[in-house]
Ligand binder design. Sequence first.
Ligand code: HEC
Length: 167
Amino acid sequence: MRDHDLVFMKNFAQVIAGLVLITVVLILAGIYFNGKRPAEVTPAQQAATQARIAPAGAVYAGQTGAAAQAAAVAAAAEAAKGQVAYGGTLDGGEIYGQLCAGCHTSGAAGAPKLLKAEWGARLAQGNDLLHKHAIEGIRAMPARGGNPSLTDEQVIATVDWMIGNLK
Ligand code: HEC
């Protein structure tokens, strides 16, 4: 080979080496910048985030607000209906302890305590009417003691338990 061929080979080799270096640098830069991108958010993660940051309550104002509030209360009652209260127990004593005692043991809001003296006139109405009043509510006595997920049978069992445990 002649001299200028050697010079060409040398320069050419340097150019190739330079290009290889640039390629490697670009690949490394690509990997580096790809790592900087935020991870993709899956729909499930997004839903979880939305659920976490959702407001705990809602503000209702004006006429539309009143309607929205009524709808929310109705929806909550509807949802509660589907649930089984206190594991579906028909043990009146247990339901009484969990719910009714809140008013009927202390006499809160004028609730009759479990004393014969406070039930005379009520018992005279007959048990059917007592059941009905406990299920539908009467004056300060909320329907189903305030738990709409109680079944009729559960309320009746609880009323019967109360009647049987008057002192
Ligand atoms: C928020 C308080 C409260 C809770 C909770 C409550 N009661 Fe009452 N209950 C009352 C009040 C007040 C009365 C009296 C209503 C009246 O006659 O003016 C009453 C009355 C009754 C009566 C008599 C109704 C009548 O016709 O005289 C029965 C029966 C009764 N409650 C059953 C229950 C049962 C069963 C539960 C639980 C499932 C329960 N209550 C939970 C407040 C409550």
